[in-house]
Design a protein around this ligand. Sequence first.
Ligand code: RP5
Length: 166
Amino acid sequence: MAHDVIIVMGSRSDLPALESSFKLLSDFGVSWTARVISAHRTPDVAADLARNAEANGTKVIICAAGMAAHLAGVIAAYTTLPVIGIPMASAPFNGMDALLAMVQMPPGIPVATVTAGNAGGKNAALLAVSILALQDSALREKLKAFRKEQTEKVLADDAKLQAELN
Ligand code: RP5
C-alpha cells in the first residue's frame, strides 16, 4: 500500500520521540508508515527505501536519528523527494550533535531540519502536511483550521490571564 509519508528512524530507541508525528499525521488524515532503518547498520535497506520511495507513491520522507545523524542526508542523497530531519536528543551532547549533522548538509542535497524532541516531531509532521497540501485543497483547509484553532487558544489563554490579573 502506498503511503504519502514515510517516517524512518535510525533505531527503535527513537520511537517515543515520534509519537507526536504519528498523532499529528493521523489527525490530518495523512497516510503514513514508519520504519526502523539505520544508515550505518542497515545501509543497503536505507538506500533501497530511498531509491524506490517515489515509484512507491511516497511524497515526503521524515528521518529521525541521533548522534552522528547521517540517516536523513543518506536518504536525501538517493531521492529528490523532500526529506525532513528530526534530530534525536541523546547523551552526551543532548541532540546538538544530531542537529548540526542534519542542518549542516553540504550544498546540493538539502535536509529540512526541525528541532529535537516532541516539538520537532510535531513540526516535521506539520511541514509534511504543508507540502502535501500544495496538491490537496481539502488538506489545505484542514491546515488553516488547525492554525485558527491554535490562534484562538492563545487568545483565550490571554483573555483568561487578563481576567485573573484585573
Ligand atoms: C542513531 O543512534 C539512532 O537514531 C539513535 O538515536 C542513536 C542510538 O541508537 P541505539 O544505540 O539506541 O540503537 O543511529
